[in-house]
Design a protein around this ligand. Sequence first.
Ligand code: NAD
Length: 299
Amino acid sequence: MTELRFDERVAVVTGAGHGLGRQHALELAARGAKVVVNDLGGDVHGGGASSGPAQEVVDEITKNGGQAVADAGNVATEEGAQGIVQSALDAFGKVDIVVNNAGILRDRSVKNMSAAEFDAVIAVHLRGSFLVARAAWSHLRDQGYGRVVNTSSPSGLFGNFGQANYSAAKMGLVGLTKTLALEGAKYGVKVNAIAPVAYTRMTEDLFPPEFAGKLGVELVTPLVAWLAHESVDVTGETYSVGGGRIARVFVAEGPGFAKKDGLTIEDVRDNWQQINAETPYIVPKNIGEQTSATFEALK
Ligand code: NAD
């Protein structure tokens, strides 16, 4: 069985000072990648900043014989995002892999959530992933190769009480992933997303402590590494991953109900069951495939 390696590849991992990102960075470096370990070094709510966490992970990689540089930039700002990619260019001459992982929480029910709390979470997860991917994009396109892995969440895919900001950002990342995949297709750039579950400082108050051993970050990283590898053959996909289980999550459209000669509210009422039917469903790869289903029904 051949080992999957990343020799000659340069990876950027955002939010790699703790938790999942740290594990992604360690694993990619252990398999030969040169890694930019980015982390703003703040707390779980986005307060504060420190260059310590990124540097500690770099020290660990270097001690293990790998190559890495630290970057304490903020993914949520254009300068920060550009600086992260520039760190890769300065230290290693190129960028091949972007793992958008940085994240914060500002949980509150929608009744009590301020606009600032909504914006702060969107800024790091969604805007930050866009900004870092955009900063790398022209380099990936020009070299005809790239891998981007975005970090969504089951909270965004399926909803979670108290996380209007976070779930909106995380489902937004699914849309971003699909569109980047379409735009990168002819340049050899593959873009996919994960929706992880792992025991980290972000979730330690959520899961009972006995789950720590069962939901280790090392049970998520293999999927990230696979999606970052040159062998991966999918793009625009999202996978839930945690505790050693991986499953594709897809946006599907049911068979629906169609009427050619005008639609009334009573038509909607009378066909509500068929409108809500789940099978047989289609999984459109892009908006064209979805609209052609509508046109097909009107034939
Ligand atoms: P974590 O808090 O351990 O790691 C997040 C890292 O991002 C931290 O090191 C933090 O300093 C860094 N960061 C925050 N804001 C930043 C910014 N503006 N710029 C650069 N770095 C920044 O949490 P984690 O659980 O490892 O989370 C990693 C990612 O996985 C996040 O996007 C999170 O939303 C997502 N996620 C985690 C879980 C889980 O179960 N742990 C579930 C779903 C999604």
